[in-house]
Ligand binder design. Structure first.
Ligand SMILES: [Zn+2]
Length: 126
């Protein structure tokens, strides 16, 4: 191996390690649940491991979120742009689906390592 090749290899390994660290800390991990908020207020929190349909019906309109196979997606919406229905299913931490006309946000959160509910953590601290 030439010296130049060694330098290139080290650079590549360094880049790979940096990418792995970045992914780890940017929360690209399997989410545990979704939080649905409407106009900034929490509508509900649902486990990604229980298949179900969540209907959100309010003054803004109707949205139907379907949870299956550890991910959630917008199955139906009566918003004018239907843009929320084009989002990819969310299954990883911090991924989200946004329905702007209905001020609705579906955000995936929680990881295996921090999957413990906040209340339980509080209990340990106290
Ligand atoms: Zn929408």
């Amino acid at each position: 191996m030439k010296k130049k090749d060694v330098i290139l290899l080290v650079l590549l390994l360094g880049a790979a390690a940096a990418a792995a660290i970045f992914l780890r800390f940017s929360g690209e991990q399997e989410a545990q649940r979704i939080v649905v908020t409407v106009d900034g207020a929490v509508f509900g929190t649902y486990s990604l491991f229980e298949e179900r349909t969540v209907d959100v019906e309010n003054a803004f309109g109707h949205n139907r979120i379907v949870i299956e196979n550890g991910s959630a997606y917008m199955e139906a919406a009566d918003c004018p742009d239907k843009y929320c229905m084009t989002y990819k299913p969310v299954s990883r931490t911090n991924e989200s689906i946004i329905c702007l006309p209905h001020r609705l946000v579906v955000r995936a959160e929680g990881t295996k390592s921090t999957g413990i509910e906040q209340t339980e953590l509080d209990g340990i601290v106290q």
